[in-house]
Ligand binder design. Structure first.
Ligand code: SF4
Ligand code: SF4
Length: 255
């Protein structure tokens, strides 16, 4: 199979397994466009690695709008299960079906939110991988903003030595610098930093999540909810996504 044929076969399988967005990049992107220290580079961890396939599925905007609530928590937990399932099965297809080496970095890539308090870095950043693979641009909120779903997308990555034609990075930053994430963050994590993406106090974000978890309704996701970028928002333009009473209902009952 040519790299193009291989890419088509893997993309088709990923879509069949339930991924909405599928893109790939060379591991060399971590060297040519460095954003993390070399210990985070996929080929520093798996020396045979050649390419990273990034898979995305959407979070549904009206459900996130209820945050913090049981409704959003279950959406988040379900997306985690679906992502790891897709990644496991796609890895299996590449290894046993196509005969190449592959592994996947699980979604999140950290044990639990408490683990991030001591060390705020996950083992792998799917946001960075998605950026290199042209799935989106990194917004002021530090989230990956996709044209399709804005930041309302959950990611997982498969690392392989299969020779794949890489996708191009986005030429245009889709963040419109509206400031809504900065203004809405309940733990005031963001600070303006000239024209660069906002400085982010990751520890403040983590501590807020730990507090929400103790109250049995997390994650936060406010910066994901308020971001206006994404074609998914078009369906609700000009009307309310959820009533104020509806938000209170989801937060008061079962959460
Ligand atoms: S809310 Fe506005 S500033 Fe923040 S990431 Fe989205 S578009 Fe950018
Ligand atoms: S998840 Fe919540 S606390 Fe963390 S940066 Fe986004 S809005 Fe702020």
């Amino acid at each position: 199979m040519t790299p193009d044929d291989l890419k088509r076969a893997i993309c088709a399988k990923a879509h069949e397994l339930g991924a909405n967005l599928v893109r790939s990049c060379s591991v060399r992107m971590w060297e040519t466009h460095p954003m993390q220290s070399p210990e985070f580079w996929p080929h520093a961890i798996w020396p045979w690695a050649e390419n990273v396939i990034v898979l995305g599925i959407p979070l549904y905007a009206p459900m996130i709008r209820t945050t913090p609530s049981m409704v959003y928590q279950d959406l988040y937990d379900t997306s985690n299960r679906v992502l790891d399932d897709i990644a496991y099965r796609l890895t299996n297809y590449i290894v046993t079906g196509l005969g190449y080496r592959a592994i996947f970095f699980p979604r999140d890539c950290y044990y639990n939110i408490e683990a991030l308090e001591a060390n705020p870095n996950a083992a792998f950043s799917h946001v960075v991988a998605g950026y290199y693979a042209g799935m989106g641009s990194i917004g002021d909120s530090h989230n990956l903003l996709t044209k399709e779903f804005g930041p309302r997308v959950r990611l997982v990555s498969v690392v392989t030595d299969a020779p794949l034609t890489p996708d191009a990075m986005l030429q245009k930053n889709v963040c419109i610098h509206c400031g809504k994430c900065l203004q809405s963050c309940p733990s005031q994590c963001f600070r303006k930093n000239g024209d660069a993406i906002y400085d982010m106090d990751k520890t403040a974000c983590t501590r807020y999540h730990i507090m929400l978890k103790k109250q049995r309704h997390w994650p936060c996701g406010v910066c994901v909810s308020v971001c206006p970028v994404g074609e998914d928002m078009k369906a609700y333009r000009g009307e309310r996504m959820i009533s104020e009473d509806g938000i209170r209902h989801c937060q008061a009952f079962g959460s």
